[in-house]
Design a protein. Structure first.
Length: 321
């Protein structure tokens, strides 16, 4: 298992997707075959990887993004947003395919549903990973999700592993992954649904006895994954750590309560925050507690990247400012 902080202190390399978010707001989400009236529309920068990179940079991380956009207005918007947050975009290339898009509906409670078209993200390849060797070789954390091809994710995970970085794999949007990729993940970040699909078994609730969660930890360890962070929405999260002392292998992280306006991208804010704290050398449970606050604060404003908090905002809520 790699140690966070190896390589350039705090450097995070995010490999993956950039999307233009086409968001429409409505009182409630439509049922199949139903049309509902919208009450607002916006085009914003998004994509899980771009969001994670921006979230990490706004929280003080030293971040590089490896990805692809189209030669179009959406691509220009995305590069400007990501670079404006302080992310290094020297390895975001232009593709002949249009920039990826996500069509998002958000209801009055802040809940959403999303449809994605990959576009240029589908062209990101292991060759792009090889071309980013200068930043990957100096990484403390390599952050990955599944909005680009599995071959590309696997190449990035291998490059991060070879560089001594902590490989953080967000198993979203869910897909089955090869055992080689699972084995390269130092930290697996999943929600309860993704965890259940990965293990092909039911996941206990947040208040379940520690021994039930310890059994889940052992099942993940059977896949070669030693550290897992399971997010449980309004119930907080659970850290499963096979590397911790026996009495500390299951840690519950309490949720942060806020008045949510838009939950779009909150999971990406959580991932970016975890990456920042792992890159700073924090234990996974401490990183999860920090990320809980960052993700909650991100839901208090509309949109994704523009809604992400800065480190001072999180520290103020934690009482550590």
């Amino acid at each position: 298992m790699s140690s966070a902080g190896v390589g350039h202190p705090g450097r995070i390399v995010v490999v993956g997707s950039l999307n233009a978010d086409l968001t429409i707001y409505c009182e409630r989400l439509p049922q199949p075959g139903e049309t509902v009236q919208g009450n607002g529309f916006a085009v914003n920068p998004g994509g899980k990887s771009a969001n994670q990179a921006v979230a990490a940079a706004r929280l003080g991380g030293h971040v590089s993004l490896v990805g692809a956009v189209g030669e179009d207005a959406n691509g220009n918007m995305l590069e400007a947003s990501v670079a404006g947050a302080g992310v290094d975009v020297s390895h975001v290339r232009t593709s002949s395919e249009p920039t990826g898009v996500a069509v998002i509906a958000v209801d009055a409670r802040g809940e959403n549903n999303i449809i994605i078209s990959a576009g240029a993200n589908g062209t990101l390849s292991p060759a792009d990973v090889a071309g980013a060797g200068d930043v990957l070789e100096g990484a403390a954390v390599v952050s990955l999700c599944l909005e680009v091809s599995t071959d590309t994710v696997l190449a990035a995970a291998q490059a991060g592993h070879d560089a001594g970085a902590t490989v953080l794999l967000n198993l979203s949007p869910y897909a089955e992954i090869p055992s080689a990729l699972a084995g390269l993940a130092d930290v697996l970040l999943v929600n309860a649904h993704e965890a259940a699909l990965f293990l092909a078994s039911e996941i206990p609730g947040a208040d379940a006895p520690a021994e039930e969660w310890d059994a889940v930890r052992e099942r993940f360890a059977g896949h070669g994954i030693r550290q897992v962070l399971v997010t449980l929405g309004s119930q907080g999260s659970v850290v499963l750590d096979s590397l911790a002392a026996p009495g500390a292998r299951v840690t519950r992280v309490q949720p942060t309560t806020v008045g949510a306006v838009d939950t779009t991208g909150a999971g990406d804010a959580f991932t970016g925050a975890v990456a920042v704290r792992l890159a700073a050398g924090d234990a996974l449970a401490d990183a999860a507690a920090f990320a809980s606050v960052a993700a909650a604060l991100a839901t208090t404003r509309k949109g994704t990247q523009a809604a992400y908090p800065e480190a001072a905002d999180v520290e103020r809520r934690l009482g550590t400012a």
